[in-house]
Write a protein that binds this ligand. Structure first.
Ligand code: ACO
Length: 432
């Protein structure tokens, strides 16, 4: 069977341009529209990028209709069941699961880079105590570009590797420092004998005045959550990292751009928005009136934690996280938590409601992650920074993949359909 070919035709003139197919290993091919403007004096128009690929990538595959998510070919449920966040980070960065020695070497390198420059700590004092931790994260990660002059050659694989390890190692330390700033507690140094997630919990919850024991169930739950959040192909924040990085800017600045994009409630800010929404609804008896608002287009209210641009059947991460959510709540003796009951009631109603069924709206990963974070004692404004820690792996891997391309990346530069004023003559002030 011959593969189909595609072309764009000007119906009036019959002028035609062939669209060569860019074939991947899985999923639909991409029709290359790069020559359309040259040949037909026409732009392609796809705000929101619903049908537009911005790059080729070998990192993550999603089939939104079937609810499939693969990192480097491995189903995310297998990785969540058997792997660890640090091993998944290696896989996402390198393309293969590590052997024992490679994993040890990688883990040691990450542990070695967990501290931040002492002067960087003073940046936090410049923020008001009630600054949102995402604001601090954006600012402080961006400022890392002022520290590492030894590794600024994006074309050098060793420089890229050191950047990757530094970024993955330091992001929990920076996020924990933002957390401590909010509470006015002393900054806790990383403990490199602890694993990645235990270290994060220690830096967040320990105080110098007394010993702190990391709950292994909490650390394991966090590790699984981080695996599920580690990458998600060309989502808004990753695309932002790629676009910023395509200019050849400092990689820490590109990651800071990604953090800013993640913050929005339509993206990583949704986990925070879910908890705020549950707080606003208050009790189960208010669910029907809230649902009426959600369905009213003029209200501007959405059911946060529901719907996804790509998953139109179910979010495979949500299925795993839902199970974890129950496990953690049981372990912590918080099963009867009224907000969880409220969340489950919302989930039940939405799953059987025609409005949601017709639009293929299902709970996404953020619907449950906020409930787990809350049960672990993490305040709501730290939910998105937690997501940012995990997604740093994906951002770094995508930046690396793009920069390592033969000849380096081509600057990302979308076009537009101009709808402003046509050409007009300047008028002197008195004549306007
Ligand atoms: N609640 C109510 N209605 C919704 C919701 C929702 N959460 N999401 C989509 N819809 C409706 C829209 O109003 C629209 O209805 P219409 O066809 O009658 O006009 C239809 O479903 C399609 O919605 P779009 O906005 O076109 O879907 P899109 O793919 O652009 O948006 C998004 C996806 C942003 C995730 C959206 O579903 C949403 O806002 N969800 C809530 C926020 C959220 O949970 N974000 C987290 C995403 S996952 C992540 O980043 C980890």
């Amino acid at each position: 069977m011959t593969s189909p070919t595609y072309s764009l035709v000007n119906d009036q003139t019959g002028e035609k341009v062939a669209l060569p197919l860019v074939q991947g290993t899985l999923g639909p091919a991409g029709a290359d529209v790069g020559k359309v403007y040259d040949k037909l004096d026409l732009f392609t128009y796809d705000p929101g990028f619903t049908s537009t690929c911005s790059c080729k990538s070998a990192i993550t595959f999603i089939d939104g209709d079937k609810g499939v998510l693969l990192y480097r070919g491995y189903p995310v449920d297998q990785l969540a069941a058997h792997s660890s966040f640090i091993e998944v980070a290696y896989l996402i960065l390198h393309g293969e699961l590590p052997g024992k020695a490679a994993l040890e070497e990688f883990e040691t390198s990450i542990r070695k880079h967990t501290m931040i420059n002492e002067s960087l700590k003073r940046f936090f004092d410049g923020f008001n105590y009630d600054a949102h931790p995402m604001a601090m994260l954006t600012g402080v990660v961006g400022s890392l570009s002022a520290f590492y002059h030894d590794t600024t050659n994006n074309r050098d694989p060793k420089h890229r590797e050191i950047f990757a390890h530094r970024m993955i190692a330091k992001i929990p330390t920076i996020a924990a420092a933002a957390f401590k700033r909010f509470f006015g507690q002393p900054f806790m140094y990383p403990q490199n004998h602890l694993d990645y997630c235990s270290n994060l919990l220690h830096m967040m919850f320990a105080v110098p005045a007394e010993p702190y024991h990391v709950d292994p169930v909490a650390a394991k739950a966090l590790d699984i959550l981080f695996i599920l959040h580690a990458d998600h192909e060309q989502n808004a924040s990753t695309s932002t990292v790629r676009l910023a990085g395509s200019t050849g800017c400092n990689p820490y600045a590109a990651i800071a751009a990604g953090i800013a994009a993640l913050w929005g409630p339509a993206h990583g800010g949704a986990n925070e928005a879910v908890l705020k929404m549950l707080g606003e609804i208050g009790t189960v008896k208010n669910v029907p009136s809230f649902m009426a608002k959600v369905k009213d287009k003029n209200s501007g209210v959405r059911l946060m934690g529901f719907g996804h641009r790509v998953y139109k059947n179910f979010d495979p991460r949500a299925t795993i996280i839902r199970e974890q959510c129950h496990k953690v709540l049981k372990h912590l003796g918080k099963e009867g938590d009224p907000q969880l009951e409220l969340a489950l009631e919302l989930e039940n109603i939405a799953l059987s409601d025609d409005y949601f069924k017709e639009r293929k709206l299902y709970p996404n990963v953020d619907f449950y992650s906020g409930i787990i974070y809350k049960a672990l004692g993490i305040p709501v404004n730290m939910f998105t920074p937690m997501f940012a820690i995990a997604r740093t792996v994906g951002w770094v891997a995508h930046w690396t993949e793009m920069v390592a391309e033969q000849g380096g990346p081509r600057i990302g530069r979308p076009r537009q359909v101009y709808v402003g004023a046509p050409v007009r003559e300047y008028k002197a002030l008195g004549a306007r």
